[in-house]
Design a protein around this ligand. Structure first.
Ligand code: AMP
Ligand code: ZN
Ligand code: FE
Ligand code: FE
Length: 288
Protein backbone atom coordinates (compact mmCIF):
# COMPACT_ATOMS: atom_id res chain seq x y z
CA UNK A 1 0.00 0.00 0.00
CA UNK A 2 1.22 3.50 -0.86
CA UNK A 3 -0.30 6.96 -0.43
CA UNK A 4 0.98 9.83 -2.56
CA UNK A 5 -1.26 12.64 -1.32
CA UNK A 6 -1.21 13.77 2.30
CA UNK A 7 -0.95 16.94 4.38
CA UNK A 8 0.83 17.75 7.64
CA UNK A 9 0.15 20.54 10.11
CA UNK A 10 2.76 22.63 8.28
CA UNK A 11 -0.09 23.25 5.83
CA UNK A 12 -3.67 22.41 6.72
CA UNK A 13 -3.48 18.89 8.08
CA UNK A 14 -3.65 18.18 11.80
CA UNK A 15 -0.84 15.59 12.10
CA UNK A 16 2.73 16.71 12.71
CA UNK A 17 5.24 15.31 10.20
CA UNK A 18 6.34 12.82 12.87
CA UNK A 19 2.79 11.71 13.63
CA UNK A 20 2.06 11.31 9.94
CA UNK A 21 5.17 9.21 9.24
CA UNK A 22 4.53 7.08 12.32
CA UNK A 23 0.88 6.57 11.43
CA UNK A 24 1.90 5.55 7.90
CA UNK A 25 4.58 3.14 9.11
CA UNK A 26 2.28 1.59 11.70
CA UNK A 27 -0.40 0.68 9.17
CA UNK A 28 2.12 -0.76 6.74
CA UNK A 29 2.32 1.99 4.15
CA UNK A 30 5.49 1.47 2.09
CA UNK A 31 5.70 4.87 0.43
CA UNK A 32 4.20 8.18 1.48
CA UNK A 33 4.01 11.39 -0.51
CA UNK A 34 3.73 14.55 1.57
CA UNK A 35 2.00 17.13 -0.60
CA UNK A 36 1.41 20.13 1.63
CA UNK A 37 -0.04 23.26 0.05
CA UNK A 38 2.65 25.78 -0.90
CA UNK A 39 5.36 24.53 1.49
CA UNK A 40 8.08 21.88 1.81
CA UNK A 41 8.43 22.39 5.57
CA UNK A 42 6.43 19.27 6.51
CA UNK A 43 8.27 17.09 4.01
CA UNK A 44 11.64 18.32 5.23
CA UNK A 45 10.82 17.66 8.88
CA UNK A 46 9.62 14.18 7.90
CA UNK A 47 12.79 13.16 6.02
CA UNK A 48 14.89 11.99 9.01
CA UNK A 49 11.88 10.38 10.72
CA UNK A 50 11.00 8.42 7.58
CA UNK A 51 14.60 7.27 7.27
CA UNK A 52 14.48 6.03 10.89
CA UNK A 53 11.25 4.15 10.19
CA UNK A 54 12.30 2.72 6.81
CA UNK A 55 9.47 4.53 5.03
CA UNK A 56 9.94 5.58 1.41
CA UNK A 57 9.12 9.29 1.59
CA UNK A 58 8.26 11.16 -1.61
CA UNK A 59 8.81 14.90 -1.91
CA UNK A 60 5.66 16.62 -3.08
CA UNK A 61 3.68 19.83 -3.02
CA UNK A 62 0.12 20.85 -3.93
CA UNK A 63 -0.37 24.11 -5.80
CA UNK A 64 -3.57 26.07 -6.39
CA UNK A 65 -3.60 27.29 -9.97
CA UNK A 66 -6.18 28.71 -12.33
CA UNK A 67 -7.11 27.65 -15.81
CA UNK A 68 -9.15 29.57 -18.32
CA UNK A 69 -12.29 27.72 -19.19
CA UNK A 70 -14.87 29.03 -21.60
CA UNK A 71 -15.61 32.57 -20.49
CA UNK A 72 -14.55 32.04 -16.91
CA UNK A 73 -11.80 30.23 -15.07
CA UNK A 74 -11.45 27.22 -12.86
CA UNK A 75 -9.35 26.68 -9.75
CA UNK A 76 -7.18 23.65 -10.44
CA UNK A 77 -5.10 21.87 -7.84
CA UNK A 78 -1.84 20.51 -9.13
CA UNK A 79 0.52 18.11 -7.42
CA UNK A 80 4.23 18.16 -8.11
CA UNK A 81 6.53 15.28 -7.17
CA UNK A 82 10.27 14.69 -6.74
CA UNK A 83 11.61 18.14 -7.70
CA UNK A 84 15.26 17.26 -7.89
CA UNK A 85 17.76 14.96 -6.23
CA UNK A 86 19.03 17.20 -3.44
CA UNK A 87 15.56 18.63 -2.83
CA UNK A 88 13.75 21.46 -4.62
CA UNK A 89 15.96 24.05 -6.32
CA UNK A 90 16.29 27.56 -4.94
CA UNK A 91 14.51 28.90 -8.04
CA UNK A 92 11.52 26.67 -7.41
CA UNK A 93 11.50 27.59 -3.72
CA UNK A 94 11.54 31.27 -4.60
CA UNK A 95 8.56 30.75 -6.88
CA UNK A 96 6.72 28.90 -4.09
CA UNK A 97 7.51 31.77 -1.69
CA UNK A 98 5.57 34.10 -4.01
CA UNK A 99 2.59 31.76 -3.78
CA UNK A 100 2.74 31.95 0.00
CA UNK A 101 2.60 35.74 -0.22
CA UNK A 102 -0.53 35.59 -2.39
CA UNK A 103 -2.10 33.22 0.15
CA UNK A 104 -1.43 35.66 2.97
CA UNK A 105 -2.96 38.48 0.96
CA UNK A 106 -6.05 36.28 0.36
CA UNK A 107 -6.28 35.56 4.08
CA UNK A 108 -6.27 39.28 4.94
CA UNK A 109 -9.09 39.90 2.44
CA UNK A 110 -11.01 36.84 3.64
CA UNK A 111 -10.93 38.12 7.22
CA UNK A 112 -12.22 41.49 6.03
CA UNK A 113 -14.98 39.81 4.04
CA UNK A 114 -16.03 37.60 6.98
CA UNK A 115 -16.12 40.68 9.21
CA UNK A 116 -18.37 42.39 6.66
CA UNK A 117 -20.62 39.34 6.78
CA UNK A 118 -21.02 39.72 10.51
CA UNK A 119 -18.39 37.25 11.70
CA UNK A 120 -16.16 38.30 14.56
CA UNK A 121 -12.81 36.80 13.54
CA UNK A 122 -9.25 38.12 13.32
CA UNK A 123 -6.15 37.21 11.33
CA UNK A 124 -4.28 36.45 14.55
CA UNK A 125 -6.86 33.86 15.54
CA UNK A 126 -6.61 31.90 12.28
CA UNK A 127 -2.84 32.22 12.01
CA UNK A 128 -2.49 30.77 15.50
CA UNK A 129 -4.05 27.53 14.16
CA UNK A 130 -1.39 26.95 11.51
CA UNK A 131 2.36 26.81 11.19
CA UNK A 132 4.04 27.44 7.82
CA UNK A 133 0.82 28.72 6.35
CA UNK A 134 -2.81 29.42 7.02
CA UNK A 135 -5.51 27.82 4.90
CA UNK A 136 -9.27 27.80 4.81
CA UNK A 137 -9.47 24.68 7.04
CA UNK A 138 -7.88 26.82 9.77
CA UNK A 139 -10.59 29.42 9.24
CA UNK A 140 -13.12 26.58 9.49
CA UNK A 141 -11.73 25.45 12.84
CA UNK A 142 -11.94 28.95 14.28
CA UNK A 143 -15.53 29.31 13.03
CA UNK A 144 -16.33 26.04 14.80
CA UNK A 145 -14.55 27.01 18.00
CA UNK A 146 -16.45 30.28 18.12
CA UNK A 147 -19.78 28.56 17.60
CA UNK A 148 -20.61 30.01 14.18
CA UNK A 149 -20.83 26.50 12.70
CA UNK A 150 -20.95 22.93 13.97
CA UNK A 151 -18.65 21.26 11.45
CA UNK A 152 -15.83 21.96 8.98
CA UNK A 153 -18.28 21.08 6.26
CA UNK A 154 -20.79 23.67 7.43
CA UNK A 155 -18.00 26.27 7.68
CA UNK A 156 -17.16 25.74 4.02
CA UNK A 157 -20.79 25.66 2.93
CA UNK A 158 -21.76 28.85 4.72
CA UNK A 159 -18.57 30.90 4.68
CA UNK A 160 -15.54 29.52 2.85
CA UNK A 161 -16.53 27.65 -0.32
CA UNK A 162 -16.44 29.33 -3.71
CA UNK A 163 -20.22 29.44 -3.64
CA UNK A 164 -20.41 31.21 -0.24
CA UNK A 165 -21.21 34.96 -0.21
CA UNK A 166 -18.12 35.78 1.86
CA UNK A 167 -15.73 33.87 -0.44
CA UNK A 168 -12.77 35.81 -1.85
CA UNK A 169 -10.62 34.86 -4.85
CA UNK A 170 -6.96 34.16 -4.47
CA UNK A 171 -4.44 35.45 -6.95
CA UNK A 172 -3.05 32.13 -8.17
CA UNK A 173 -0.70 31.33 -11.05
CA UNK A 174 -1.96 30.16 -14.43
CA UNK A 175 -1.71 26.40 -14.65
CA UNK A 176 0.59 26.65 -17.68
CA UNK A 177 3.05 28.69 -15.63
CA UNK A 178 2.90 26.18 -12.77
CA UNK A 179 3.46 23.24 -15.14
CA UNK A 180 6.49 25.01 -16.58
CA UNK A 181 7.97 25.86 -13.19
CA UNK A 182 7.56 22.26 -12.02
CA UNK A 183 9.24 20.95 -15.19
CA UNK A 184 12.11 23.44 -14.80
CA UNK A 185 12.47 22.27 -11.19
CA UNK A 186 12.85 18.65 -12.36
CA UNK A 187 9.44 17.62 -11.05
CA UNK A 188 6.47 15.69 -12.40
CA UNK A 189 3.22 17.68 -12.56
CA UNK A 190 0.00 15.82 -11.80
CA UNK A 191 -3.59 17.08 -11.99
CA UNK A 192 -5.03 16.54 -8.47
CA UNK A 193 -8.52 15.07 -7.84
CA UNK A 194 -9.87 15.83 -11.35
CA UNK A 195 -13.40 15.11 -10.11
CA UNK A 196 -13.32 18.50 -8.35
CA UNK A 197 -13.17 20.27 -11.69
CA UNK A 198 -16.89 19.57 -11.65
CA UNK A 199 -17.44 18.66 -15.29
CA UNK A 200 -20.82 17.09 -16.01
CA UNK A 201 -20.00 15.94 -19.54
CA UNK A 202 -17.17 13.41 -19.82
CA UNK A 203 -16.22 14.68 -23.31
CA UNK A 204 -15.77 18.20 -21.96
CA UNK A 205 -13.73 16.90 -19.06
CA UNK A 206 -11.44 14.92 -21.32
CA UNK A 207 -11.00 17.87 -23.68
CA UNK A 208 -10.03 20.06 -20.73
CA UNK A 209 -7.48 17.50 -19.48
CA UNK A 210 -6.10 17.10 -23.02
CA UNK A 211 -5.59 20.88 -23.05
CA UNK A 212 -3.53 20.61 -19.87
CA UNK A 213 -1.48 17.81 -21.42
CA UNK A 214 -0.77 20.16 -24.34
CA UNK A 215 0.59 22.64 -21.79
CA UNK A 216 2.99 19.97 -20.51
CA UNK A 217 1.02 18.26 -17.73
CA UNK A 218 2.60 14.84 -17.02
CA UNK A 219 0.00 12.92 -15.05
CA UNK A 220 -3.41 12.76 -13.38
CA UNK A 221 -4.53 11.53 -10.00
CA UNK A 222 -6.60 8.45 -10.76
CA UNK A 223 -7.12 7.23 -7.17
CA UNK A 224 -8.45 9.74 -4.62
CA UNK A 225 -10.86 9.71 -1.66
CA UNK A 226 -13.36 11.86 -3.57
CA UNK A 227 -13.42 9.50 -6.57
CA UNK A 228 -16.20 6.96 -6.97
CA UNK A 229 -15.33 3.62 -8.58
CA UNK A 230 -16.73 4.99 -11.84
CA UNK A 231 -14.58 8.14 -11.57
CA UNK A 232 -11.46 6.05 -10.98
CA UNK A 233 -12.24 3.86 -14.00
CA UNK A 234 -12.86 6.94 -16.15
CA UNK A 235 -9.61 8.65 -15.12
CA UNK A 236 -7.69 5.44 -15.67
CA UNK A 237 -9.05 5.30 -19.23
CA UNK A 238 -8.33 8.98 -19.80
CA UNK A 239 -4.74 8.49 -18.63
CA UNK A 240 -4.32 5.67 -21.14
CA UNK A 241 -5.91 7.53 -24.03
CA UNK A 242 -3.95 10.72 -23.41
CA UNK A 243 -0.66 9.06 -22.45
CA UNK A 244 -0.59 10.58 -18.96
CA UNK A 245 1.13 9.12 -15.92
CA UNK A 246 -1.09 7.95 -13.04
CA UNK A 247 -0.91 8.92 -9.39
CA UNK A 248 -3.06 8.33 -6.35
CA UNK A 249 -3.50 9.13 -2.71
CA UNK A 250 -6.04 9.81 -0.02
CA UNK A 251 -5.53 13.57 0.54
CA UNK A 252 -5.36 12.80 4.25
CA UNK A 253 -5.73 15.92 6.45
CA UNK A 254 -6.30 14.31 9.88
CA UNK A 255 -9.18 15.92 11.78
CA UNK A 256 -9.50 18.64 9.12
CA UNK A 257 -11.11 16.08 6.81
CA UNK A 258 -13.01 13.69 9.03
CA UNK A 259 -13.96 10.24 7.78
CA UNK A 260 -10.90 9.79 5.65
CA UNK A 261 -8.11 7.33 6.54
CA UNK A 262 -4.46 7.48 5.59
CA UNK A 263 -3.65 4.87 2.91
CA UNK A 264 -7.22 3.73 2.34
CA UNK A 265 -9.41 6.83 1.99
CA UNK A 266 -13.15 6.86 2.66
CA UNK A 267 -14.41 3.42 3.65
CA UNK A 268 -11.46 1.87 1.86
CA UNK A 269 -12.12 3.45 -1.54
CA UNK A 270 -8.45 4.16 -2.32
CA UNK A 271 -5.94 1.46 -3.31
CA UNK A 272 -2.73 2.64 -4.90
CA UNK A 273 -0.33 0.00 -6.16
CA UNK A 274 3.42 0.23 -5.64
CA UNK A 275 3.97 0.23 -9.43
CA UNK A 276 2.25 3.60 -9.67
CA UNK A 277 5.18 5.18 -7.83
CA UNK A 278 7.75 3.12 -9.75
CA UNK A 279 6.34 4.48 -13.04
CA UNK A 280 6.33 8.07 -11.79
CA UNK A 281 9.93 7.74 -10.59
CA UNK A 282 11.11 6.16 -13.82
CA UNK A 283 9.60 9.07 -15.78
CA UNK A 284 11.13 11.64 -13.47
CA UNK A 285 14.55 10.03 -13.93
CA UNK A 286 14.14 10.20 -17.72
CA UNK A 287 12.92 13.80 -17.74
CA UNK A 288 14.85 16.07 -20.12
P1 AMP B 1 -6.94 27.02 0.72
O1 AMP B 1 -5.72 26.37 0.08
O2 AMP B 1 -6.60 27.79 1.93
O3 AMP B 1 -7.77 27.79 -0.27
O4 AMP B 1 -7.86 25.84 1.26
C1 AMP B 1 -8.02 24.70 0.49
C2 AMP B 1 -8.25 23.55 1.42
O5 AMP B 1 -9.59 23.57 1.83
C3 AMP B 1 -8.01 22.19 0.75
O6 AMP B 1 -7.31 21.34 1.63
C4 AMP B 1 -9.37 21.66 0.53
O7 AMP B 1 -9.40 20.26 0.60
C5 AMP B 1 -10.17 22.28 1.66
N1 AMP B 1 -11.56 22.39 1.23
C6 AMP B 1 -12.01 23.00 0.12
N2 AMP B 1 -13.37 22.92 0.06
C7 AMP B 1 -13.75 22.20 1.15
C8 AMP B 1 -15.02 21.77 1.66
N3 AMP B 1 -16.16 22.04 1.02
N4 AMP B 1 -15.05 21.07 2.82
C9 AMP B 1 -13.89 20.78 3.46
N5 AMP B 1 -12.68 21.17 3.05
C10 AMP B 1 -12.59 21.86 1.90
ZN1 ZN C 1 -5.34 20.80 2.22
FE1 FE D 1 -6.52 19.66 -3.32
FE1 FE E 1 -4.58 17.92 -0.92
Amino acid sequence: MIDLHSHTNESDGTYTPRELVEAAASIGIEALGITDHDTFAGYELAVPIARERGLDLVCGIELSTRAVFGHGQKTVHMLAFFLGEGGPSSDFRAWVAELLASRRDRNIRLIRSLNEHGVDISLGEVEAMGRSLTGRPHFARVLMKKGYVRSIDEAFRRYLAESAPSYVERDSPEIGEAILEVAKGGGISVLAHPVRLGFRKPEEEERFIAGLKDLGLRGIEVWHSDHSAADTARYFDISRRLGLLRSGGTDFHGANKPGLELGTGRNGNVHVAREVLDDLRASAAMAP
